[in-house]
Write a protein that binds this ligand. Sequence first.
Ligand code: BJ8
Length: 424
Amino acid sequence: MTQKYEGMWEELGLDIPAHEALLKVLGQFYGDIYLSQEGRLKGAEYLDFVLSEVHGLRIQELLEAKSRGQKVVGTFCIFVPEEIILAAGGICVGLCAGAEIGFDKAEAVLPRTTCALIKSFMGFKLARLCPFFESCDLVVGETTCDGKKKAYEVLAEHAPVYVMEVPQMKEARDRALWRDEVVRFKDRIEELSGVTVTAERLSVAIRQVNDRRRALQRLNTLRKSVPVPISGRDVLLVNQIAFYDDPGRFTQKIGELCDELESRIARAEGIAPAGAPRLMLSGCPMAVPNWKIPYVVESAGAVLVGEESCIGTRSTRELVAEDGTTMDGMIDRLVDRYFRIDCACFTPNTERLQHIVEMAKDLQVDGVIHYALQFCTPYAMEAFKVEKALEKEGIPMLRIETDYGNEDAQILKNRVEAFVEMIG
Ligand code: BJ8
C-alpha cells in the first residue's frame, strides 16, 4: 500500500517516513490482536480490508469527493449531528485517535496531565500523521470536557476549527441553548458547502444515519446469545470503522455480518465456550487503534459482549424520530435525540447509571469493566456511582484507569485475570 499511495500522502503534507513507520507498527499490532483470533467470521474480511486501506483507499475516496465539490468535516464527539453534514452533501469522519503518537509534540502545547485521547489527536495533527485530519475542510469541536474545549483553542492555530457549545445540564433552558447550537451548526455547514439543507435532504440523511445505527443495534442484540457468536474485539472494530467508512457501504456490510452471525447462532456456535465469563466495558471511548483492554480481557479467557461507550451503544442506542415533515420539526427531533446522550460531562447524569444496569442485565454479564483514561475527570469520578449502582444489583465491577502506553500491560493483565477468576 505504501508505494501506491505515497504521492497522495505527500500531497496531503504527511511526514512520509514517520507515517510509513506508523503503518508498519499498526499492521503488526493488528495481526497480533485481530488476525490471530480463531473462528473468525467471513464478514470480518470487510473489517480487515477497511483497516488495511484506512489511510489508502478511504482517503482516496475522500479526495475524489472533494474534487467533486463535497466537503469533508472531521469530528471528535458523538454530539456533532452528522445528519446535517450529510444533508449538505458532505462527508463526516471521526478524528479521535487511539495511539501514543506525536505525544512529544502534543506535550509541547498541552499539559502532560491531559488525557491520552486529546494528546493523541493533537499529536497526530502536529506530527502530520493523519491523512483524515489533512483531508478535512473543517474540524468540529465541542464544549464537553475542559481538556477538549481548551485543546480546540490550540488546535485552531493549526486547522480550521468550529466549536459547538454543548450544555452541562439537561433543563429546558439547556435544551433551548442546544437547539440554537444545532441551528448555528447548520448555518455554518451550509456556508462551508454552499448547499442549503432542505427538509427533503435532511430527511434522507436522518434515515441514512439511522440505518447505520439500526445495523449496529441488530449486531448488539445478537450478542445476547449464549454462546456469544462474535468477539468483543471484532465488535469494537466494527464500532470504530463506523466513524470512517461510507455509511451506506458500512450498513450493508454489517447487515451481511449479522446474517452470518444468525446462522452461527442457529448452529449454537460461539466464538468462546458457553461457560466463558461474559463481561461488558463501560466508560471512555476507545478510538482506533486502542484495542488494549479488549485484548487483555479476551486473552484472560473472558468474552466481551457489550460496550457502554461512545464507540459502542452510547452512539447507537437512540435513533432520530423519522416522523418529522418540516425543517423545524426535523431539527427538533435531531435536538432531542442528541440531547439524550448520557455523557459523563453532564451533571447530573443518572440516565447513564440506569442504562449501564439495564445493559448488564440484558446481556447477562458476569461483570463490568469500567474504563477511564488517566486524567479524564468526568468518567473517573462517575466510576464510583457506576460501581454503587451495579453493586445494588449484585454485579461486580473492576475499575481501570489507564492510557495508551504499554507500561502497565502486565499489571492490567494481572488485575483482569484476577477479576475473571473471581467472577468465573
Ligand atoms: S459524548 S465521552 S465523545 S465528550 S476521555 S476527551 S471526556 S478527558 S471523549 Fe467524549 Fe463526546 Fe462525551 Fe462521548 Fe475529555 Fe475524558 Fe478525554 Fe474524553
